[in-house]
Design a protein around this ligand. Structure first.
Ligand code: CTP
Length: 394
């Protein structure tokens, strides 16, 4: 199994040698890629002496008639890890700048990406770097965040490269093949729905779609066949997912019911509109002096329909509550005939955020609480529960 280890120009670059050694001990074959500034801190010879592979230091090697190296490396690796990652490489990755081998490899590989940044504390806190990290996290890349402590520049604070052992562990974890959902067909719904009032106005909600997309991505990684029915979001669909885009609750219902008989699992993370205007006006509604009312009719509760038509599928619902969380959640679970329910307290505005606190309810027993966890961690736990439930059915 081969990975690419990108090393960028920072005082912690020498620690990448230990990371490479740790990975080699675990049987991972490591293709090292050094940027020009990394070579100011460590030499290719250091890595080459300790590994059986040539180190890549540039886009255009002299002399030999080689294949297009960034493409062949891109296709052959299981992971791209960057240790240490400077503010500069984060910026290049975030904005698609490909002006050296590492940044070009980043754009050309389908492999997952793990980044261990290291830099001065002020740089790490700078809004430009925060924004780039947010873009990369949104893209689904993993981070081993820098640790607090004494920095090479003499300052104190967050910015030191994380411990070598924890970086090696995270890389090995990322490489583990988890096929616990292989053979399962999973339907995930995500995002808000939009109900048109007229050609320029609509009713919607604050759902970002992040939770459903995280479930879809994690399920793909565990070997499932994943169908994602998504309302409008700004998110990039995970590679390999079978995507159906919808707009309204009615469109979501049609898409979901069509696929339902073939599915083994449904995770209904979408925030579906409960009401829609009776009929969208064909022309833009004109402003009037007097008060106006909006005549709304209930949409169909898709999950309730799925609960009624259930034939062995595992059905997982979500509940967004602002009060009496567990009581309302238990009621929803029963009313919609669900196997599990993920209840979310949305009173403090989790919509769009990367973390959340949820209670996972099962038909019996106490709810499991996941406090201030990333949506990726919550997605992972939901999938663990699906895998457990599948095993207990066999
Ligand atoms: N849901 C659905 N169809 C709807 C409304 C909701 O399938 N028309 C699903 C959601 O995808 C979610 C679950 O039902 O998995 C709960 O959604 P939520 O908005 O919390 O609850 P509601 O049932 O709409 O109840 P209320 O708004 O009264 O809390």
């Amino acid at each position: 199994m081969k990975i690419a280890l990108g090393v960028t120009g920072c005082i912690a670059a020498y620690k990448a040698v230990e990371v490479m050694r740790g990975l080699q001990k675990a049987g991972v074959s490591v293709q090292v890629v050094l940027t020009r500034s990394a070579m100011e801190f460590v030499t290719p010879l250091t890595f080459e002496s300790l590994s059986s592979m040539n180190v890549i230091t540039g886009m255009f090697p002299q002399g030999q008639n080689r294949d297009i190296r960034h493409i062949s490396v891109a296709q052959s690796i299981r992971l791209l890890a960057v240790v240490p990652a400077t503010a500069n490489i984060l910026g290049k990755f975030a904005h698609g700048i490909a002006d050296d081998f590492l940044s070009t490899l980043y754009l050309s590989t389908p492999a997952p990406v793990l980044i261990a940044p290291a830099m001065n504390v002020e740089m790490w806190r700078h809004p430009a770097v925060r924004a780039n990290v947010a873009i990369l996290k949104e893209r689904g890349h993993s981070f081993v965040d820098p640790a607090p402590g004494q920095l090479a520049c003499g300052m104190e604070g967050e910015g030191r490269l994380a411990e070598v052992d924890s970086i090696v562990t995270r890389i090995l974890e990322a490489l583990k093949v988890d096929d616990s959902l292989a053979g399962l067909k999973i339907l995930v719904t995500a995002g808000p729905t939009i109900e048109d009032i007229d050609p320029v106005r609509f009713l919607s909600n604050r759902s970002s779609g992040k939770m459903g997309y995280a479930v879809a991505e994690a399920a793909l990684r565990r070997g499932a066949e994943v169908h994602l029915v998504s309302g409008p979001t700004n998110l990039q669909p995970p590679k390999g997912v079978q995507l159906t885009r919808v707009r309204s609750a009615a469109q979501m219902k049609v898409a979901v019911l069509k696929m339902y008989p073939d599915m083994d699992v449904v995770v209904k993370a979408a925030a579906v509109a409960d009401y829609r205007p009776v009929k969208a006006a064909e022309q833009k509604l004109k402003k009037k002096k007097e008060e106006v009312g909006l005549h709304l009719v209930p949409t169909d509760d898709i999950l309730e329909v799925l609960g009624k038509q259930k034939k062995g599928q595992i059905l997982i619902g979500f509940a967004a509550e602002t009060e009496r969380l567990l009581e309302s959640a238990r009621d929803k679970m029963k009313r919609k005939n669900l196997d599990f329910l993920v209840a979310n307290d949305v009173s403090s505005g989790v919509f769009g955020s990367d973390t959340s606190t949820v209670h996972i309810l099962r038909p019996s027993g106490e709810p499991e609480i996941l406090k201030d966890q990333t949506k990726q961690t919550i997605a992972g736990r939901i999938l663990d529960i699906i895998a457990e439930s599948r095993r207990s059915k066999v």
